[in-house]
Design a protein. Structure first.
Length: 482
């Protein structure tokens, strides 16, 4: 047995007869049922040494079972696409194909092994060259946000998964009575944290792979008696009267938000909505590089601390380090650093990097922010500081300055001291925004231009894809996502 493992199934938090997974259609798996499935997967994952297990699915029972079995067996799970490029770079010993077959390998390097796991059979790499060894404490590889092609991955440890999950359990007060739906991809840190923290607490999961806004999802949440709901800002922004009515039919008493900044009016709206239900709405902040969540705002701190992402999760510490200020910087603003449970081991670009140990103790988040009475307020990204006619400005700060509900807009820097406003709302509103930006920057109006698009590009986690905007801001570049 490898020296580093993590058991989220039979660790003793829940008795074998307690509910573990509520499936679409009404079937419920107990912790005993789940342990039996995990045991089947463990037998298929037997290997002479620590193996890399690539899971190509997401929010389905085979993926959940294989993930849990791999952790308990001391292997490393890679939530990466099963593309030829990824397989060549990372050389996984095992692949769990996606249930629908999409994006699965088509070459002959892998062969079926073991019993069928919830309808899907594992693939093992055929005998041949032995891949390079994996650092014993490496538990999970997650793609970094915005990575394309052969993804750069974040290396997370068993201790990091367990420590950050325990911190989330304490911050949210998760008990064994909770039933948490998988409304977020478990291939990303926020969604995976929902799975880990609730299983660690002996709670149950409501397994669904549908959109968190679909009527089918909400019907499942009602039938399975879900008690919580996790989502990113784009989901909450699209939450309409019909969803509010459906929420009233559920037993949901906890809502959490992370993934990007939530507009203040939305934070107040949902805080009020949950308060009327005698529930709680948590604004949270996290990064893949921190395993998941870094800070949490207690609902009792609203509206006094509106705009804050709260205080560090239990066991964590947030500091703000001095950096060169931009022209509209808030007093005390600097680079946000984090030390605590879940800080990554480091990055990986391929199999050769998996043998490396811990390379990061204090995480430089890449975010700008400031602390007030221990509460963290985020102001932007360090990479989004640009110069316009010699002035250092934060594009994130300027976006907040002109944002208008119902009129999506985002900024990117072009060439020759030009700021591009990409607008997907009323052109007249965007023209007002353009003039306001030129006034705030103190530059001639020609240095702020508007580019009309049908929609703003977004990453897989729902954030505005500023990398795509920057590319489209170049002269003569066409926005292919519009």
């Amino acid at each position: 047995m490898p020296s580093a493992t993590l058991d989220l199934v039979t660790r003793g938090a829940a008795p074998p007869g307690a509910p573990a997974v509520h499936l679409v259609g009404g079937r419920t798996l107990s912790y005993g049922d789940l342990a039996a499935l995990v045991g089947t997967a463990e037998r298929a994952l037997r290997h002479n040494g620590k193996a890399l297990v690539l899971c190509a699915g997401d929010r389905d029972l085979p993926t959940l079972v294989t993930y849990l079995a791999a952790l308990r067996s001391g292997h490393t799970v890679a939530f990466l696409p099963a593309s030829r490029e990824v397989l060549s770079e990372y050389e996984p010993e095992f692949i769990l194909p996606a249930p629908d077959g999409a994006g699965n390998p088509v070459d002959g390097d892998y062969e079926p092994v073991g019993d069928v796991i919830a309808g899907v059979r594992l693939l093992r790499r055929r005998a041949g060259r032995t891949a390079e060894a994996i650092f014993e404490r490496t538990a999970v590889l997650l793609a970094t946000s915005g990575s394309t092609g052969s993804p750069k991955a974040v290396r997370l440890s068993y201790d990091g998964l367990a420590g950050n999950s325990a911190a989330v359990v304490r911050a949210l007060g998760i008990t064994a009575a909770e039933r948490a739906p998988t409304t977020l991809p478990i291939t990303h840190a926020y969604g995976l944290s929902v799975v880990n923290s609730h299983l660690l607490a002996g709670a149950s999961l409501v397994l669904t792979d549908r959109s968190p806004l679909s009527l089918a999802t909400w019907d499942h949440l009602v039938r399975a008696r879900a008690t919580s709901f996790a989502a990113v800002p784009t989901t909450y922004a699209a939450f309409g009267p019909a969803h509010a009515d459906l929420l009233g039919r559920t037993e949901i008493r906890t809502m959490t938000q992370a993934g990007a900044r939530l507009r203040d009016e939305l934070a107040l709206r949902f805080a009020g909505l949950m308060e009327r239900r005698r529930g709680r709405f948590f604004c949270m902040y996290g990064q893949t590089e921190a395993t998941s969540r870094i800070s949490c705002l207690d609902p009792a701190d609203l509206p006094e601390r509106l705009g804050s992402v709260g205080v560090a999760v239990p066991g964590g510490t947030v500091t703000v380090e001095a950096v060169e200020a931009h022209d509209r910087a808030v007093p005390g603003e600097g680079a946000v650093h984090y030390r605590g449970p879940g800080v990554m081991l480091g990055y990986a670009a391929g199999r050769a990097d998996l043998g490396r140990g811990r390379e990061v103790d204090v995480l430089d988040t890449g975010d700008l922010g400031y602390l007030r009475d221990g509460y963290l307020y985020l102001t932007g990204r360090t990479k989004r500081i640009v110069k316009v006619l010699g002035a250092r400005v934060s594009l994130d700060d300027l976006e907040r300055l002109v944002e208008r509900p119902g009129h999506p807009a985002a900024l990117a820097s072009g060439e020759d001291d030009v700021v591009c406003l990409f607008g997907a709302g009323d052109p007249a509103v965007h023209e007002v925004q353009r003039r306001r930006l030129a006034e705030a920057l103190g530059v001639p109006s020609r240095h702020v231009v508007v580019r009309r698009v049908d929609r703003l590009p977004r990453t897989a986690t729902g954030k505005v894809d500023h990398r795509a905007l920057t590319a489209a801001a170049a002269p003569r570049e066409v926005a292919r996502w519009s």
